[in-house]
Design a protein around this ligand. Structure first.
Ligand code: ZN
Ligand code: FE
Length: 251
C-alpha cells in the first residue's frame, strides 16, 4: 500500500491509500479539486471514501467526487449521513477496502459523532489527535476527548498517525513553552521549525513519537501537573486534560 497526503485549504491534508493496481481510498475530502488532480496524475481509481466527522473541511468534496465516480462507497458516522455518507459505521464495526480491514473507533470530543479508522499501521483520526496536540472541543467534552485519546493510545507504537491538519509547529511551540527543559520536545520543535520553513509535511507521525512529544498524552506526568498548577488538588486524569486544552485555547 502507498500512503499519500494531499494538501487542501490552508492546512488540511486529505489522505489516500492506493494499491499497486491503482485502486485507492480517500479520507476526508474537504474539497474535490486537489483530489481529482492527484487521481488524474497517478491514474488512480477511487473505490471508497472514509469520513471521520461532519465538518465542511472534511466532507465538502464528497458530492463532486461521487458525481465523477458514482461507484464510490462513502463510509462515515451518522453525523455525515446528510453530507454524502452511504454506509454508516460506529464503534467496533469493520470496514473492508482494498484487501485491508479497518476497525472503527468512536472518538468523540471534537464533534460528538467523530470516528477514527485503524488498519495496521494506518490510523486515520481526523481532528482527534494531532501531532503534538489535540482537536478543539466544538461539541464534546474534555472527558470525552480524554477517553478518545486513551483509546488511540492503546494502538501499537509504530502506528502511523494520519491526522487531518498540519498543526504540528504551533503544537510544538506550546509543548516547548510548557516544558522548556524537555530534550525530546526541544529537539522535535527545532526539527519541525526547519521542516516547516521548507514547506515540509510533518505527517504521518509514529504513535511512539507522539508518546514522547504530545503533552496531551502526559496527563499522568507529575511534572505536567506542576507546570499547570494542579499538583496539590486531587484530580481525575481528564481534569488535567481539560486544563491543558483550555491553556492551549488561550495560547
Ligand atoms: Zn473538524
Ligand atoms: Fe478539520
Amino acid at each position: 500500500m502507498n500512503l499519500t497526503s494531499i494538501p487542501a485549504f490552508q492546512d488540511n491534508y486529505i489522505w489516500t491509500l492506493n494499491d499497486d493496481r491503482g485502486q485507492c481510498l480517500i479520507v476526508d475530502p474537504g474539497e474535490a479539486a486537489p483530489v481529482l488532480a492527484t487521481l488524474a496524475k497517478n491514474q488512480w481509481q477511487p473505490v471508497a471514501i472514509l469520513l471521520t466527522h461532519h465538518h465542511h473541511d472534511h466532507v465538502g468534496g464528497v458530492k463532486e467526487l461521487v458525481e465523477k465516480y458514482p461507484d464510490i462507497v462513502v463510509w462515515g458516522p451518522a453525523e455525515t449521513q446528510d453530507k454524502g455518507a452511504t454506509h454508516i459505521v460506529s464503534e467496533g464495526d469493520k470496514v473492508a477496502i482494498l484487501g485491508l480491514e479497518f476497525s472503527v473507533f468512536c472518538t468523540p470530543g471534537h464533534t460528538l459523532g467523530h470516528i477514527s479508522y485503524f488498519s495496521y499501521p494506518y490510523l486515520f483520526c481526523g481532528d482527534t489527535m494531532f501531532s503534538g496536540g489535540c482537536g478543539r472541543l466544538f461539541e464534546g467534552t474534555a472527558e470525552q476527548m480524554f477517553n478518545s485519546f486513551q483509546k488511540l493510545n492503546q494502538l501499537p507504537g509504530d502506528t502511523l498517525v494520519c491526522c487531518a491538519h498540519e498543526y504540528t509547529l504551533s503544537n510544538m511551540k506550546f509543548a516547548h513553552t510548557l516544558f522548556p527543559d524537555d530534550v525530546n520536545i526541544a529537539r522535535y520543535y527545532q526539527e519541525i521549525k526547519e521542516l516547516r520553513a521548507n514547506n515540509g509535511v510533518s505527517l504521518p507521525v509514529k504513535l511512539d513519537l507522539e508518546r514522547q512529544i504530545n503533552v496531551f498524552l502526559r496527563t499522568q506526568d507529575v511534572d505536567l501537573l506542576k507546570v499547570i498548577g494542579m499538583e496539590t488538588a486531587p484530580q481525575q486524569e481528564w481534569h488535567v486534560f481539560a486544563t491543558l486544552r483550555e491553556k492551549k485555547d488561550r495560547f
